[in-house]
Design a protein around this ligand. Structure first.
Ligand code: NAD
Length: 368
Protein backbone atom coordinates (compact mmCIF):
# COMPACT_ATOMS: atom_id res chain seq x y z
CA UNK A 1 0.00 0.00 0.00
CA UNK A 2 1.29 3.47 -0.86
CA UNK A 3 1.75 5.62 2.22
CA UNK A 4 2.17 9.39 2.22
CA UNK A 5 3.64 11.43 5.08
CA UNK A 6 1.83 14.66 5.76
CA UNK A 7 3.07 17.48 7.96
CA UNK A 8 0.12 19.01 9.86
CA UNK A 9 0.32 22.66 10.92
CA UNK A 10 -2.88 23.52 12.86
CA UNK A 11 -1.65 27.00 13.89
CA UNK A 12 -3.97 29.33 15.80
CA UNK A 13 -7.63 30.31 16.27
CA UNK A 14 -9.98 27.94 14.46
CA UNK A 15 -6.94 26.15 12.96
CA UNK A 16 -6.98 23.05 15.22
CA UNK A 17 -10.77 22.67 14.78
CA UNK A 18 -10.81 22.77 10.98
CA UNK A 19 -7.64 20.77 10.37
CA UNK A 20 -9.19 17.88 12.34
CA UNK A 21 -11.98 17.78 9.74
CA UNK A 22 -9.44 17.81 6.89
CA UNK A 23 -7.68 14.82 8.46
CA UNK A 24 -11.02 13.05 8.93
CA UNK A 25 -11.72 13.38 5.20
CA UNK A 26 -8.19 12.25 4.26
CA UNK A 27 -8.56 9.16 6.43
CA UNK A 28 -11.88 8.33 4.78
CA UNK A 29 -10.29 8.76 1.33
CA UNK A 30 -7.37 6.56 2.40
CA UNK A 31 -9.74 3.78 3.49
CA UNK A 32 -11.80 4.03 0.29
CA UNK A 33 -8.88 4.14 -2.17
CA UNK A 34 -6.38 1.90 -0.33
CA UNK A 35 -3.82 4.62 0.39
CA UNK A 36 -2.15 5.29 3.76
CA UNK A 37 -1.75 8.77 5.23
CA UNK A 38 0.58 9.30 8.18
CA UNK A 39 0.72 12.58 10.03
CA UNK A 40 3.31 14.56 11.94
CA UNK A 41 2.15 17.68 13.75
CA UNK A 42 4.35 20.76 14.16
CA UNK A 43 4.11 24.28 15.57
CA UNK A 44 3.68 27.45 13.49
CA UNK A 45 2.39 30.99 14.11
CA UNK A 46 1.27 32.37 17.47
CA UNK A 47 1.35 29.06 19.30
CA UNK A 48 4.97 28.59 18.15
CA UNK A 49 5.83 32.09 19.44
CA UNK A 50 4.32 31.19 22.83
CA UNK A 51 6.08 27.84 23.09
CA UNK A 52 9.36 28.52 21.28
CA UNK A 53 9.68 32.30 20.90
CA UNK A 54 9.62 32.14 17.10
CA UNK A 55 6.80 31.76 14.54
CA UNK A 56 8.71 29.09 12.60
CA UNK A 57 10.85 26.80 14.77
CA UNK A 58 13.66 24.93 12.97
CA UNK A 59 12.13 21.51 13.64
CA UNK A 60 8.85 22.63 12.00
CA UNK A 61 10.70 23.47 8.78
CA UNK A 62 12.62 20.19 8.98
CA UNK A 63 9.41 18.14 9.42
CA UNK A 64 7.75 20.05 6.55
CA UNK A 65 10.74 19.48 4.26
CA UNK A 66 10.77 15.75 4.98
CA UNK A 67 7.00 15.33 4.37
CA UNK A 68 5.33 14.47 1.04
CA UNK A 69 3.00 17.45 1.52
CA UNK A 70 2.09 20.04 4.14
CA UNK A 71 -1.45 20.78 5.37
CA UNK A 72 -1.76 24.15 7.10
CA UNK A 73 -4.86 25.65 8.77
CA UNK A 74 -4.27 29.32 9.74
CA UNK A 75 -2.14 31.52 11.95
CA UNK A 76 -2.62 34.76 13.89
CA UNK A 77 -4.81 36.30 16.57
CA UNK A 78 -5.35 39.39 18.73
CA UNK A 79 -2.84 38.16 21.28
CA UNK A 80 0.10 38.55 18.90
CA UNK A 81 -1.02 41.75 17.12
CA UNK A 82 1.80 44.27 17.41
CA UNK A 83 3.36 47.10 15.43
CA UNK A 84 6.70 46.66 17.24
CA UNK A 85 9.09 45.51 14.47
CA UNK A 86 11.28 43.78 17.08
CA UNK A 87 8.59 41.38 18.29
CA UNK A 88 7.85 38.10 16.44
CA UNK A 89 4.62 37.95 14.42
CA UNK A 90 2.60 34.84 13.47
CA UNK A 91 2.68 35.75 9.73
CA UNK A 92 6.47 35.39 9.78
CA UNK A 93 5.78 31.66 10.03
CA UNK A 94 3.88 31.72 6.73
CA UNK A 95 6.46 33.76 4.80
CA UNK A 96 9.27 31.69 6.33
CA UNK A 97 7.79 28.32 5.41
CA UNK A 98 6.98 29.42 1.84
CA UNK A 99 10.54 30.61 1.39
CA UNK A 100 12.07 27.65 3.26
CA UNK A 101 10.22 25.12 1.09
CA UNK A 102 10.86 27.05 -2.15
CA UNK A 103 7.13 27.44 -2.89
CA UNK A 104 7.12 29.78 -5.89
CA UNK A 105 3.66 29.06 -7.30
CA UNK A 106 0.40 29.92 -5.57
CA UNK A 107 -2.81 28.40 -6.92
CA UNK A 108 -6.19 29.79 -5.99
CA UNK A 109 -9.18 28.13 -7.60
CA UNK A 110 -12.37 30.17 -7.87
CA UNK A 111 -15.47 28.08 -8.40
CA UNK A 112 -19.12 28.70 -7.76
CA UNK A 113 -21.22 26.13 -5.98
CA UNK A 114 -24.69 26.45 -7.51
CA UNK A 115 -26.30 26.11 -4.06
CA UNK A 116 -24.37 29.19 -2.84
CA UNK A 117 -24.70 31.42 -5.90
CA UNK A 118 -26.92 33.82 -3.94
CA UNK A 119 -23.92 34.69 -1.70
CA UNK A 120 -22.20 36.55 -4.53
CA UNK A 121 -22.76 40.28 -4.94
CA UNK A 122 -22.69 39.76 -8.71
CA UNK A 123 -25.77 38.83 -10.76
CA UNK A 124 -26.36 35.07 -11.24
CA UNK A 125 -26.13 35.59 -15.02
CA UNK A 126 -22.59 37.00 -14.60
CA UNK A 127 -21.23 34.30 -12.29
CA UNK A 128 -22.91 31.35 -13.98
CA UNK A 129 -20.17 28.86 -14.91
CA UNK A 130 -17.27 30.64 -13.17
CA UNK A 131 -14.38 28.17 -12.84
CA UNK A 132 -10.93 29.73 -12.90
CA UNK A 133 -7.50 29.16 -11.44
CA UNK A 134 -5.34 32.10 -10.43
CA UNK A 135 -1.63 31.18 -10.72
CA UNK A 136 0.44 33.72 -8.78
CA UNK A 137 4.24 33.95 -8.65
CA UNK A 138 5.02 33.85 -4.94
CA UNK A 139 8.71 34.39 -4.24
CA UNK A 140 9.82 37.23 -6.53
CA UNK A 141 8.88 40.76 -7.54
CA UNK A 142 8.15 43.79 -5.41
CA UNK A 143 7.62 41.91 -2.12
CA UNK A 144 11.15 40.50 -2.17
CA UNK A 145 13.11 43.30 -3.87
CA UNK A 146 15.49 45.84 -2.34
CA UNK A 147 13.74 48.52 -0.31
CA UNK A 148 14.75 51.52 1.69
CA UNK A 149 13.34 54.49 3.57
CA UNK A 150 15.49 57.50 4.37
CA UNK A 151 15.64 61.27 4.78
CA UNK A 152 16.36 62.90 1.46
CA UNK A 153 18.72 65.84 1.92
CA UNK A 154 18.53 66.76 -1.78
CA UNK A 155 14.76 66.52 -2.04
CA UNK A 156 13.99 69.19 0.56
CA UNK A 157 10.42 70.48 0.50
CA UNK A 158 9.29 74.10 0.12
CA UNK A 159 10.20 74.73 3.78
CA UNK A 160 13.83 73.73 3.07
CA UNK A 161 13.67 70.72 5.42
CA UNK A 162 14.57 67.26 4.10
CA UNK A 163 11.53 64.99 3.71
CA UNK A 164 11.36 61.22 3.90
CA UNK A 165 11.79 59.10 0.80
CA UNK A 166 11.21 55.37 0.21
CA UNK A 167 11.53 52.90 -2.63
CA UNK A 168 10.78 49.24 -3.36
CA UNK A 169 12.30 47.34 -6.24
CA UNK A 170 10.40 45.22 -8.76
CA UNK A 171 12.73 42.65 -10.27
CA UNK A 172 12.25 39.36 -12.12
CA UNK A 173 14.71 36.89 -13.54
CA UNK A 174 14.10 34.89 -16.71
CA UNK A 175 14.07 31.52 -14.89
CA UNK A 176 11.48 32.77 -12.37
CA UNK A 177 9.11 33.70 -15.19
CA UNK A 178 9.79 30.53 -17.15
CA UNK A 179 9.00 28.12 -14.29
CA UNK A 180 5.71 29.82 -13.35
CA UNK A 181 4.68 30.03 -17.03
CA UNK A 182 5.29 26.29 -17.39
CA UNK A 183 3.19 25.58 -14.28
CA UNK A 184 0.34 27.67 -15.73
CA UNK A 185 0.42 25.94 -19.13
CA UNK A 186 0.59 22.48 -17.52
CA UNK A 187 -2.44 23.28 -15.34
CA UNK A 188 -4.32 24.73 -18.33
CA UNK A 189 -3.83 21.46 -20.22
CA UNK A 190 -5.70 19.66 -17.44
CA UNK A 191 -8.51 22.24 -17.61
CA UNK A 192 -9.96 24.19 -20.57
CA UNK A 193 -6.55 24.91 -22.17
CA UNK A 194 -6.64 28.67 -21.98
CA UNK A 195 -4.11 30.95 -20.25
CA UNK A 196 -4.58 34.68 -19.63
CA UNK A 197 -1.19 36.22 -18.84
CA UNK A 198 -1.52 39.44 -16.85
CA UNK A 199 1.10 42.20 -16.99
CA UNK A 200 1.60 45.95 -17.36
CA UNK A 201 3.80 45.74 -20.46
CA UNK A 202 2.79 49.22 -21.64
CA UNK A 203 4.68 50.68 -18.65
CA UNK A 204 6.96 48.22 -16.83
CA UNK A 205 10.20 46.67 -18.09
CA UNK A 206 9.66 43.57 -15.90
CA UNK A 207 6.29 43.14 -17.63
CA UNK A 208 7.85 43.34 -21.09
CA UNK A 209 10.32 40.61 -20.06
CA UNK A 210 7.40 38.64 -18.56
CA UNK A 211 5.42 38.85 -21.82
CA UNK A 212 8.39 37.87 -23.98
CA UNK A 213 9.28 34.80 -21.89
CA UNK A 214 5.65 33.63 -21.55
CA UNK A 215 5.24 33.77 -25.36
CA UNK A 216 8.55 32.08 -25.94
CA UNK A 217 7.65 29.12 -23.67
CA UNK A 218 4.20 28.97 -25.22
CA UNK A 219 5.39 28.91 -28.83
CA UNK A 220 8.10 26.37 -28.06
CA UNK A 221 6.26 23.85 -25.86
CA UNK A 222 2.59 24.72 -25.37
CA UNK A 223 1.25 25.91 -28.75
CA UNK A 224 -1.86 23.73 -28.17
CA UNK A 225 -2.90 26.01 -25.26
CA UNK A 226 -4.71 29.27 -26.08
CA UNK A 227 -2.75 32.29 -24.76
CA UNK A 228 -3.98 35.87 -24.32
CA UNK A 229 -2.16 38.88 -22.84
CA UNK A 230 -4.18 41.20 -20.67
CA UNK A 231 -3.09 44.39 -18.91
CA UNK A 232 -3.61 44.24 -15.15
CA UNK A 233 -6.01 47.22 -15.02
CA UNK A 234 -8.16 45.72 -17.76
CA UNK A 235 -8.03 42.31 -16.02
CA UNK A 236 -9.33 43.86 -12.79
CA UNK A 237 -12.36 45.08 -14.74
CA UNK A 238 -12.93 41.91 -16.77
CA UNK A 239 -12.82 39.68 -13.65
CA UNK A 240 -16.10 41.14 -12.48
CA UNK A 241 -17.46 41.88 -15.95
CA UNK A 242 -17.05 38.44 -17.58
CA UNK A 243 -15.51 36.11 -14.92
CA UNK A 244 -16.74 32.92 -16.60
CA UNK A 245 -14.48 33.59 -19.61
CA UNK A 246 -11.30 33.03 -17.57
CA UNK A 247 -9.68 29.61 -17.23
CA UNK A 248 -6.07 29.96 -15.99
CA UNK A 249 -4.85 33.45 -15.03
CA UNK A 250 -1.07 33.70 -14.54
CA UNK A 251 0.65 36.75 -13.10
CA UNK A 252 3.47 38.15 -10.98
CA UNK A 253 3.45 38.42 -7.19
CA UNK A 254 1.76 41.75 -6.39
CA UNK A 255 -0.73 41.71 -9.28
CA UNK A 256 -1.61 38.16 -8.20
CA UNK A 257 -2.06 39.18 -4.58
CA UNK A 258 -4.62 41.81 -5.53
CA UNK A 259 -6.40 39.97 -8.35
CA UNK A 260 -6.75 36.73 -6.37
CA UNK A 261 -8.54 38.56 -3.55
CA UNK A 262 -10.79 40.27 -6.08
CA UNK A 263 -11.54 36.94 -7.78
CA UNK A 264 -12.19 35.31 -4.39
CA UNK A 265 -14.94 37.83 -3.71
CA UNK A 266 -16.82 36.67 -6.81
CA UNK A 267 -17.96 33.63 -4.81
CA UNK A 268 -19.01 35.74 -1.81
CA UNK A 269 -17.99 33.00 0.65
CA UNK A 270 -14.52 33.25 2.18
CA UNK A 271 -15.03 30.02 4.12
CA UNK A 272 -15.22 28.16 0.80
CA UNK A 273 -11.85 28.96 -0.80
CA UNK A 274 -8.68 26.92 -0.66
CA UNK A 275 -5.18 27.49 -1.98
CA UNK A 276 -2.05 25.54 -2.83
CA UNK A 277 1.56 26.71 -2.90
CA UNK A 278 3.82 24.54 -5.03
CA UNK A 279 7.58 24.23 -5.33
CA UNK A 280 9.73 21.75 -7.21
CA UNK A 281 9.94 19.19 -4.40
CA UNK A 282 6.94 19.76 -2.10
CA UNK A 283 3.70 21.68 -1.69
CA UNK A 284 1.64 23.35 1.03
CA UNK A 285 -2.18 23.40 1.12
CA UNK A 286 -4.31 25.76 3.19
CA UNK A 287 -7.65 27.58 3.31
CA UNK A 288 -7.61 31.16 1.96
CA UNK A 289 -9.20 32.59 5.11
CA UNK A 290 -7.44 33.50 8.35
CA UNK A 291 -7.62 32.10 11.89
CA UNK A 292 -11.01 33.71 12.67
CA UNK A 293 -10.16 34.41 16.35
CA UNK A 294 -13.68 35.84 16.86
CA UNK A 295 -15.22 32.36 16.58
CA UNK A 296 -12.33 30.16 17.76
CA UNK A 297 -13.24 27.38 20.16
CA UNK A 298 -16.98 27.67 19.52
CA UNK A 299 -17.25 24.68 17.19
CA UNK A 300 -18.97 26.73 14.48
CA UNK A 301 -16.12 27.34 12.00
CA UNK A 302 -16.69 26.26 8.43
CA UNK A 303 -14.25 23.43 7.64
CA UNK A 304 -15.03 23.30 3.89
CA UNK A 305 -12.12 25.47 2.69
CA UNK A 306 -9.76 23.25 4.69
CA UNK A 307 -11.40 20.15 3.22
CA UNK A 308 -11.03 21.66 -0.27
CA UNK A 309 -7.34 22.20 0.46
CA UNK A 310 -7.19 18.43 1.06
CA UNK A 311 -8.91 17.99 -2.31
CA UNK A 312 -6.14 20.09 -3.92
CA UNK A 313 -3.46 18.04 -2.13
CA UNK A 314 -4.84 14.82 -3.62
CA UNK A 315 -4.95 16.40 -7.09
CA UNK A 316 -1.58 18.18 -7.20
CA UNK A 317 0.70 16.21 -4.84
CA UNK A 318 -0.59 12.63 -5.09
CA UNK A 319 -2.09 12.53 -8.60
CA UNK A 320 -5.38 11.24 -7.07
CA UNK A 321 -7.74 13.20 -9.32
CA UNK A 322 -10.58 10.67 -8.98
CA UNK A 323 -10.50 10.88 -5.17
CA UNK A 324 -10.33 14.69 -5.40
CA UNK A 325 -13.42 14.70 -7.65
CA UNK A 326 -15.08 12.46 -5.06
CA UNK A 327 -14.58 15.11 -2.35
CA UNK A 328 -15.88 17.84 -4.66
CA UNK A 329 -19.03 15.79 -5.46
CA UNK A 330 -19.56 15.07 -1.79
CA UNK A 331 -19.37 18.77 -0.81
CA UNK A 332 -21.73 19.67 -3.66
CA UNK A 333 -24.28 17.08 -2.44
CA UNK A 334 -24.06 18.29 1.16
CA UNK A 335 -24.71 21.88 0.03
CA UNK A 336 -27.47 20.86 -2.40
CA UNK A 337 -29.24 19.13 0.52
CA UNK A 338 -29.23 22.49 2.29
CA UNK A 339 -26.63 21.82 5.04
CA UNK A 340 -24.78 24.99 6.06
CA UNK A 341 -22.37 26.23 8.71
CA UNK A 342 -23.46 29.55 10.17
CA UNK A 343 -21.25 31.71 7.93
CA UNK A 344 -22.86 30.42 4.72
CA UNK A 345 -26.44 30.03 5.97
CA UNK A 346 -28.99 32.25 4.21
CA UNK A 347 -32.68 33.09 4.49
CA UNK A 348 -33.59 29.76 2.85
CA UNK A 349 -31.63 27.72 5.43
CA UNK A 350 -33.86 26.04 8.02
CA UNK A 351 -32.49 26.04 11.58
CA UNK A 352 -32.24 22.23 11.65
CA UNK A 353 -29.81 22.46 8.71
CA UNK A 354 -27.32 24.80 10.40
CA UNK A 355 -24.49 22.58 11.63
CA UNK A 356 -21.16 22.97 13.44
CA UNK A 357 -17.60 22.19 12.35
CA UNK A 358 -17.55 18.50 13.32
CA UNK A 359 -21.02 17.77 11.91
CA UNK A 360 -20.07 19.40 8.58
CA UNK A 361 -16.96 17.19 8.39
CA UNK A 362 -19.10 14.13 9.18
CA UNK A 363 -21.57 15.06 6.43
CA UNK A 364 -18.78 15.30 3.83
CA UNK A 365 -17.36 11.93 4.90
CA UNK A 366 -20.85 10.42 4.90
CA UNK A 367 -21.37 11.46 1.27
CA UNK A 368 -18.05 10.09 -0.01
P1 NAD B 1 -10.25 35.96 8.91
O1 NAD B 1 -10.28 35.30 7.57
O2 NAD B 1 -9.64 35.17 10.01
O3 NAD B 1 -11.74 36.33 9.36
C1 NAD B 1 -12.57 37.24 8.66
C2 NAD B 1 -14.04 36.96 9.01
O4 NAD B 1 -14.44 35.75 8.38
C3 NAD B 1 -14.28 36.75 10.51
O5 NAD B 1 -15.53 37.27 10.85
C4 NAD B 1 -14.28 35.25 10.68
O6 NAD B 1 -15.06 34.80 11.76
C5 NAD B 1 -14.85 34.79 9.35
N1 NAD B 1 -14.28 33.48 8.96
C6 NAD B 1 -13.06 33.25 8.43
N2 NAD B 1 -12.88 31.94 8.23
C7 NAD B 1 -14.03 31.34 8.60
C8 NAD B 1 -14.46 29.99 8.63
N3 NAD B 1 -13.70 28.98 8.21
N4 NAD B 1 -15.70 29.72 9.11
C9 NAD B 1 -16.50 30.71 9.51
N5 NAD B 1 -16.16 32.01 9.51
C10 NAD B 1 -14.93 32.32 9.07
O7 NAD B 1 -9.51 37.35 8.71
P2 NAD B 1 -9.10 38.47 9.78
O8 NAD B 1 -10.18 38.57 10.83
O9 NAD B 1 -8.71 39.62 9.01
O10 NAD B 1 -7.79 37.89 10.47
C11 NAD B 1 -7.78 37.15 11.68
C12 NAD B 1 -6.35 36.66 11.94
O11 NAD B 1 -5.99 35.75 10.89
C13 NAD B 1 -5.32 37.78 11.90
O12 NAD B 1 -4.38 37.53 12.91
C14 NAD B 1 -4.68 37.65 10.53
O13 NAD B 1 -3.37 38.13 10.50
C15 NAD B 1 -4.75 36.16 10.32
N6 NAD B 1 -4.74 35.72 8.89
C16 NAD B 1 -4.09 34.55 8.65
C17 NAD B 1 -4.09 34.03 7.36
C18 NAD B 1 -3.41 32.71 7.13
O14 NAD B 1 -3.11 32.00 8.08
N7 NAD B 1 -3.18 32.32 5.89
C19 NAD B 1 -4.76 34.70 6.33
C20 NAD B 1 -5.45 35.89 6.63
C21 NAD B 1 -5.44 36.38 7.93
Amino acid sequence: MTTYNICLLPGDGIGPEIIAEGVKVLDAIGAKYGVGFEYEKALIGGIAIDERGTALPDDTLAIAKAADAVLLAAVGGYKWDTTDPNLPRPEQGLLGIRKGLGLYTNLRPVQIFQALSEASTLKPSVIDGVDMMIVRELTGGLYFGMRERFYDEEGAGADGKPGQRAYDTLEYREYEIERIARQAFEIARKRRSKVSSVDKANVLETSRLWREIVHDIHDRDYADVELEDILVDNCAMQLINRPADFDVVVTENMFGDILSDEAAQITGSLGMLASASLGDSTALYEPSHGSAPDIAGKGIANPLAQIMSVEMMLRYSFDMGVAADDIRRSITSVLDEGWRTRDIADAATTSDHVVGTVAMGDLVVGHL
